[in-house]
Design a protein around this ligand. Structure first.
Ligand SMILES: *Cc1c(COP(=O)(O)O)cnc(C)c1O
Length: 377
């Protein structure tokens, strides 16, 4: 059996090696290392894939979130509602911009934003909602957009984990995750579903004015060379990263399908095992691209399982072990433990299994057999 890895970037690379080498050579020979034709071509190809009017490449997913918020003109003191159960980047940028983060609980089945908690958290100072499509599953955007519309709020989708997922509206039509809210942010960190070989990110929007504003912000607030109209940042995608992304984008659906197939095999093997709750899929199968395959271990044996799998050379992850409202940087006297019962529970129950495009059946069987061996003991 091949050594089991949490993410197998090498195996994936071997299959597209020639293409990557050719694109790298192209960048090296034209020496446009930042922005330039590769970045522009990638931008156009991603716009087409996502069916969105504007893709603005930037340096990483955290920048993408920050720039999206700057582009919307959010001001210090504005309240931004996001989830307690996510990677810290989501709330970090809110705090950095001196906006007021308002963390809320998530739904125990989907791990995504809890709509009742969202409604309760809205105040006259609320300006934006940041739903996170956690682990690759699109949040309930019908409800999020309805709440946003009713209260005149911006929606910034944190799509770092769900690129390529389709959201199915209540009326049956589909739309790509990240293109539904006013603006979407994604990351091309190597382990993401569409990852480059370093850092990268992008912002998506269908709003022409917002896209114009954001294109200036990513480039030091310049709309005309050496005229700085707003305070911007330096956040660019390298051409070498764009070259990798161009080689991988045509495979993104196949990559996501491969993840979904592995997820289905995990679920088939683990459903009904005592103490295990397999991931709940909300909506149809295109709405989850399994950035992570995350189980809940409900019998208190999660930490024991992590240790046992480690002893058998099976890597796994706990995303996320500490709720954001309990993190030193983000505690706030206004928070009440009773409002975070689900996140508190999930932080003790979740375990993410190896998930990537190169998992094979032998590995999946070995992993699920070991989980059963431990939990049935
Ligand atoms: C990865 C990730 C980010 C940040 O992306 P970087 O490219 O690492 O800056 C933001 N939000 C979520 C949910 C993520 O998973």
């Amino acid at each position: 059996m091949k050594k089991i890895q949490m993410v197998d970037l090498k195996g994936q690379y071997e299959k597209i090696k020639d293409q990557i080498t050719t694109s790298f050579d192209e960048v090296l020979s034209n020496t446009a290392f930042v922005n330039g034709p590769q970045v522009h071509a990638f931008q156009k190809e991603l716009e087409e894939y996502l069916n969105v009017k504007h893709v603005i490449p930037c340096a990483n997913g955290t920048d993408a979130l920050q720039i999206a918020m700057m582009g919307l003109g959010l001001k210090p003191g504005d309240e931004v509602i996001t989830v307690d159960f996510t990677f810290a980047a989501t709330v970090e940028v809110v705090a950095l911009l001196q906006l007021t983060p308002v963390l809320i609980d998530v739904d125990v089945e989907t791990f995504n934003i809890d709509i009742e908690a969202l409604k309760k958290a809205i105040t006259p100072k609320t300006k934006a909602i940041v739903p996170v499509h956690l682990f690759g599953q699109v949040a309930n955007m019908d409800a999020v957009m309805e709440v946003a519309k009713a209260h005149d709020l911006f929606v910034i989708e944190d799509n770092a984990q769900a690129i390529g997922a389709d959201y199915t509206w209540a009326d049956g039509t589909k739309q790509k995750a990240g293109t539904i809210g006013h603006v979407g942010a994604t990351s091309f960190f190597p382990s993401k579903n569409l990852g480059c070989y370093g850092d990268g990110g992008a912002i998506f929007t269908n709003d022409d004015d917002l896209a114009y504003t954001i294109r200036g912000i990513v480039n030091h607030g310049m709309y005309e060379r050496y005229h700085h109209d707003v305070v911007g940042v330096n956040s660019r995608l390298d051409a070498l990263q764009a070259a990798v992304l161009r080689a991988k984008l045509p495979n993104l659906d196949a990559y996501n399908n491969s993840r979904k197939a592995s997820a289905a095999k995990y679920t088939a093997a683990l459903e009904g095992v005592d103490g295990v709750v397999t991931p709940v899929q909300y909506g149809d199968e295109s709405s989850h691209v399994y950035h992570q395959y995350t189980l809940r271990i409900t019998n208190g044996k999660r930490d024991g399982l992590v240790k046992f799998l480690g002893e058998h050379q099976i890597p796994c992850g706990v995303y996320y072990p500490i709720p954001l409202h309990s993190q030193k940087a983000y505690t706030d006297a206004r928070y009440n433990e009773a409002d975070f019962t689900v996140t508190n529970q999930l932080s003790k129950e979740v375990i993410s299994l190896p998930m990537h495009t190169e998992l094979d059946d032998e590995q999946i069987t070995f992993i699920t057999d070991k989980i059963k061996e431990f939990l049935n003991a």
